[in-house]
Design a protein around this ligand. Structure first.
Ligand SMILES: [Fe+2]
Length: 382
């Protein structure tokens, strides 16, 4: 029994290596340990969430000077805050005194952040301002003390933060994807719905689920199937930092009228589903789009921010409500399955099955290949 854990990890290593070279028509699902072994999660935190660009939400969430949102990136508390100078920054959300996280949730911090513990205060750039009753200390200079700042990029209205100061910029990696989706102008949309949830599944199961169209006509028979049936899904070639597919709208539906003038007529007929791994998933369309920001909160817990962004201002409340309901109903159907997959992959009798072809489960293989490129060998110490 003693060698079983590393044998399970060796099987994951082999499966990831196979994914790198498999064609879309000869790809396989992953072994159970990929979703259940804490060693895999430790590698994902170290090599993905603590090193790659992680999407934390939309610029509309922190639109005004002083607006902030507290986000954990992997295990690291971060606060994204718009300075009184209008600049958006990502700062360490940990007081330099005795490590109390400074900000919680979302709000407006006014001119700065105040630690709730001993009222140490910081300006919106992270500079330490006040240390009540500390007095003069020759071994501590307030003027030299500040919250560490992390790299932040805005891309089409999405906010990305990277904890690794040596990481390459994000935008160049996404240039080909941006070419493909630019006419939608997601940076000109308005956030009309956002929710933070915790789902009871491994984070990768949620990524795989959102990014494959194979289940649209089965699991979502009464919801999404009528809008985006599986038969109209078309894979597109992935890049280093993205992957995705088109989910065609059923031609019997009335064609949407709202959308940016740059859109070509045929772009009204598709939902462009794309992932910027590890954590951003977008279902983009001319009129309105959905997005998920996904991060692990344990081996079988995932933190997910779900949102809807709408193009244009003149949306009747009832139409927005209808879209929110469809989104919530669809996500509830996904949640039902995803909450069960953890039990399935822990079965001693599960063996990975073949993936359906590129138009249906191609993005799942793209995701495995991304992980294979970025994760170290899991069955040897890393
Ligand atoms: Fe789904």
């Amino acid at each position: 029994m003693a060698d079983r854990p590393s044998a399970a990890l060796a099987a994951v290593d082999r499966a990831l290596a196979d994914a790198r070279t498999a064609s879309y028509d000869a790809a396989w699902a992953m072994p159970g340990a990929f979703y259940t072994d804490p060693v895999v999660l430790a590698a994902e935190l170290d090599y993905l969430f603590h090193r790659q660009w992680i999407c934390v939400g939309r610029v509309e969430e922190v639109a005004s000077p002083g607006d902030f949102m507290a986000v954990d990136i992997g295990n690291e508390p971060v606060v994204v805050i718009r300075g009184v100078d209008g600049t958006l920054r990502a700062l360490s959300n940990v007081c330099r005194h005795r490590a109390m996280p400074l900000a919680a949730g979302k709000g407006n911090a006014g001119k700065g952040l105040l630690c709730p513990y001993h009222h140490w205060s910081y300006d919106t750039t992270g500079r330490l301002l006040g240390t009540p009753r500390l007095g003069a200390r020759p071994d501590f200079a307030i003027a030299d003390c500040r919250l560490p700042a992390f790299a932040l990029e805005e891309w089409l209205g999405f906010i990305f933060v990277c904890l690794d100061a040596t990481a390459a910029p994000l935008a160049p990696v996404l240039s080909e994807l941006e070419e493909r989706i630019r006419p939608y102008h997601f940076e000109q949309t308005r956030l009309r719905y956002v929710a933070d949830e915790v789902w009871l599944c491994n984070w990768k199961h949620l990524v795989e689920n959102f990014m494959e169209g194979y289940h649209l006509s089965t699991l979502h028979r009464e919801t999404l199937h009528k809008v985006n049936p599986t038969r109209l899904c078309r894979h597109f070639p992935p890049g280093d930092g993205y992957f995705g597919y088109y989910a065609g709208f059923d031609p019997s539906l009335p064609r949407g009228q709202k959308g940016h003038p740059d859109l070509r007529p045929e772009q009204y007929d598709d939902c462009v589903m794309f992932a910027i791994p590890p954590g951003l998933l977008v279902g983009g369309a001319a009129d309105y789009s959905s997005f998920l920001c996904v991060q692990p909160a344990g081996i079988d817990r995932v933190r997910v921010k779900l949102g809807l962004i709408f193009y244009g201002e003149d949306w009747p409340e009832a139409t927005v409500d209808w879209a929110v309901r469809l989104f919530q109903d669809t996500m509830a159907e996904d949640k039902t399955v995803l909450n069960e997959l953890g039990r399935g992959v822990r079965s001693g009798h599960y063996r990975p099955g073949p993936l359906a072809g590129p138009d249906f489960e191609g993005p799942v293989l793209d995701f495995f290949r991304y992980l294979a490129r970025h994760l170290p060998a899991l069955s040897t110490p890393f």
